[in-house]
Ligand binder design. Structure first.
Ligand code: BGC
Length: 268
């Protein structure tokens, strides 16, 4: 436990004397969202605060928005942040659906400096969701084997856990299947753009999952992203041999996972 954490626990942010609080920020294409998190339960403490992502969504502009969100809560402790790209050795290495200027940015230096030099952890958005789902959600009962969480949104994000350990930056949404990237075949955005029914879209998802099954032989898939709310319609349509369960944490998973990651001192 860091000194920061001790001072936070002593502050009036805590709901009970024993609560362990963390803070996570989820940076997305349309919104930047932050909340205080009870790290024992994976639940938000109070409301989440959302600010529309500035346009253009350059690193500096987004860092200002992040600082505004953190200040909104008066939070002074470590901050975990998610970004929609690869984070390797503290640098963002890809920018598939975000401003290209993120590529090559030292995101730890960027957010650390903008947040007054405090400790930060920056990680891929789907990896953060995977950490949270594995601890508190649909993967919590599985302790062995390979579990793959997929987030279906603008793209397809992925988190791969083996025996409970995250293998970061798997980027399975960019795997090419029959000459086309998985996320160009079966993201939620592709379904919207094409006007497909959930049933038709499920056929495309089955094809993508079959490819992942052939490579990883997973024990379980967890389906996240907004479309997991309609999982009772499309999950039964899937034709894969591996069980698929909906994410339980819904749109809180990124924030919760980011808060967990910085609390555990993870660096990506
Ligand atoms: C990005 C991933 C991200 C996913 C979901 C993909 O296009 O490459 O890094 O996790 O979208 O946001």
């Amino acid at each position: 436990m860091s000194d920061n954490r001790v001072s936070i626990l002593a502050s009036d942010h805590s709901t009970s004397p024993s609560s362990q609080l963390g803070f996570g920020v989820d940076i997305g294409g349309s919104g930047v969202k932050g909340a205080m998190v009870d790290l024992r339960t994976g639940e938000f403490v109070g409301e989440r605060h959302r600010i529309a992502t500035p346009q253009p969504a350059t690193p500096d502009a987004v860092a200002d928005t992040v600082a505004e969100i953190v200040d909104h809560f008066g939070w002074t402790g470590p901050v975990g942040l998610t970004v929609p790209g690869v984070v390797h050795e503290r640098v963002m290495r890809s920018a598939a659906n975000v401003d290209q200027s993120w590529k090559g940015t030292d995101v730890y230096a960027l957010f650390g400096a903008r947040l007054g030099g405090r400790r930060v952890t920056v990680l891929n958005d789907a990896d953060a969701a995977g950490l949270a789902e594995f601890r508190f959600g649909g993967g919590a009962e599985v302790s062995e084997g390979t579990v793959i969480l997929l987030t279906f949104g603008t793209g397809i994000g992925s988190a791969l856990m083996y025996n409970g350990i995250l293998v970061p930056n798997t980027e399975l949404g960019h795997l090419e299947i029959d000459g086309k990237e998985a996320e160009h075949r079966a993201s939620a955005k592709v379904r919207e753009d094409k006007g497909w029914s959930l049933e038709k879209w499920a056929g495309k998802v089955s094809r993508v999952l079959a490819h992942y099954e052939a490579i990883f032989s997973p024990t379980l898939f967890i389906a996240g992203g907004g479309i997991s709310r309609k999982s009772q319609v499309w999950i039964p349509e899937l034709t894969n041999r591996t069980p698929v369960v909906p994410a339980r944490l819904r749109n809180t998973a990124g924030i919760v996972g980011a808060a967990m990651a910085v609390d555990e001192g993870l660096v990506f």
